[in-house]
Design a protein around this ligand. Structure first.
Ligand SMILES: [Zn+2]
Length: 475
């Protein structure tokens, strides 16, 4: 592989030149790496991985304990394939580590005083997780995100409107720092305050941003707000809309709807906050599914039980490993998401593997009805897109006379209480669920507020066919 201008890869962590920027006409930020022969790039990845493992081994009681118990050490890693010998990390272990060694856990590999930024999860699954990001790590996150946004088609002459929460949520901050490093004009507008969407539409009309960041559902809400003001969202002039936080931008129907609504490219991105730079799963401007930017964060798509990597073409759960993170490095963190991966070429010329269907479900909540794989996220997406849905639902799977039966108990909104409206709503739900899931579902409507809400992740799927076990929706 040729030397890459803009970065010194002979040191670890790599030293980036903060003044480097490719020619705007260039397709790539670091073409030598992005389009390299994968075998040549794997040598670079292996060299980085060795240093990353050493770093974690010498500085983290968490990893030393885990790896000693599994009989591995950095010396175990002779090839990239040897990474699969290392035990995976589950999110629950991170929470336990932080409970025992607050606030950052015993996987913090820098001095607490070197933490430049604190972020975290909202804590809806119990104890919130604290993210401590070192100063140099934060700069490298900006470098990685700038490079990946370049691949999505963002250029320094773009004006990027960021319409997502600026709080604990790392998504907004990651988008901001990447767009800044790329040299674009950023407008960190935020979201979540009453009346803010209308303001965002008004500001967008004045300032003519050319790029949008947020969640897919927020973008559609933004578009509805614009239309209510008599503004066609296409007139706003967004060339690129990039997303994370929800799978929608990778779902073909949602992607098409966003592109038709705004007249710009809809680009799917995102892995996990723990894995920041979280953009290392990201589509290029050709939108053929998310590339895995393997020399930044190394991803393996693994069997959900053994955590051994599956061959290209196979389905499994992505397991991620940092390659240039000093503060809270993640070595084989299990995402719990579901994806298929491929090494088929992409028209962009990058040789990274891809997730052609994005992240389309969770390993812990898929169930099978009459031979079809059903994801609760698909049921949720379908219901939430229907006007008159009251906000909560349950899915009950049972077996009657050797036939699997799928019952969706859904709330109707107060506005749809009239029997005629209810009958219509129930029919719409049944038709759309069948189209989405590939199997028919019985729909039972109950008034809004009937089904219990939970502060924690709600248990929405009850499978009582033969095992009488309850499954958890974890989306
Ligand atoms: Zn591509």
């Amino acid at each position: 592989m040729k030397a890459t201008p803009g970065v010194d890869l002979s040191v670890w962590p790599p030293r980036y030149d903060p003044a480097y920027r490719p020619d705007p006409a260039s397709e790539y930020w670091f073409g030598e790496i992005e389009c390299a022969d994968p075998r040549a790039r794997d040598r670079l990845i292996l060299a980085k991985l060795r240093r990353q493992l050493e770093w974690a081994w010498t500085r983290s009681a968490f990893y030393r304990r885990k790896w000693e118990a599994a009989g591995v050490s950095p010396a175990t890693l002779e090839s990239l394939g040897d990474l699969a010998k290392f035990p995976v990390v589950q999110k629950a272990e991170l929470r336990a580590s932080q409970a025992a060694a607050p606030p950052f856990g015993d996987y913090l590999c820098v001095e607490p005083g070197e933490v430049a930024r604190i972020h975290g999860t909202s804590g809806t699954t119990g104890r919130p997780t604290v993210f401590g990001v070192g100063r140099d790590d934060w700069a490298r996150i900006g470098e990685a995100h700038a490079r990946i946004l370049w691949g999505a088609g963002i250029r320094p002459d773009d004006r990027v409107l960021i319409c997502s929460f600026f709080s604990l949520y790392l998504g907004s901050w990651g988008a901001l720092t990447g767009a800044e490093r790329l040299g674009a004009t950023v407008f960190p507008f935020g979201a979540g305050v009453a009346g803010q969407t209308l303001m965002a539409v008004e500001w967008a009309r004045e300032l003519r941003p050319t790029a949008f960041y947020g969640t897919p559902s927020y973008a559609l809400h933004f578009a509805e707000t614009a239309r209510r003001e008599g503004i066609d969202p296409r007139e706003l002039g967004f060339r690129t809309l990039f997303f994370s936080g929800e799978p929608g931008a990778g779902i073909p129907a949602t992607k098409r709807r966003i592109e038709e609504t705004f007249g710009g490219r809809c680009v799917d991105m995102g892995s996990m906050a723990e894995m920041s730079p979280w953009m290392t799963n990201a589509e290029c401007r050709h939108r053929t599914g998310m590339h895995l930017w393997q020399d930044l964060v190394y991803a393996e798509v693994c069997d959900p039980e053994t955590f051994a990597p599956v061959p290209f073409g196979g389905e499994g759960t992505p397991v991620y490993t940092h390659l240039e993170r000093t503060s809270q490095p993640m070595i084989r963190l299990v995402s719990g998401d579901l994806a298929r991966w491929t090494d088929a070429p992409c028209p962009c010329g990058r040789t990274y593997p891809r997730l052609p269907d994005g992240l389309y479900g969770r390993i812990d909540d898929m169930f099978i009805v009459r031979g079809e794989n059903i994801y609760p996220s698909a049921i949720e997406d379908t219901l939430r897109a229907i006007e008159g849905f009251g906000g909560e639902y349950r899915v009950i799977v049972s077996r009657r006379e050797a036939m699997d039966e799928l019952l969706v108990r859904a709330e109707y909104a107060a506005s749809h209480a009239e029997p005629g409206a209810r009958a219509k709503l129930s029919a719409t739900m049944a038709v759309r669920l069948r189209a989405r899931l590939g199997v028919g579902a019985l729909v039972e409507l109950v008034p809004e507020g009937t089904l219990p809400r939970s502060e924690f992740k709600a248990r929405r799927v009850i499978d009582d066919r033969d095992l009488y076990r309850e499954r958890t929706s974890n989306v």
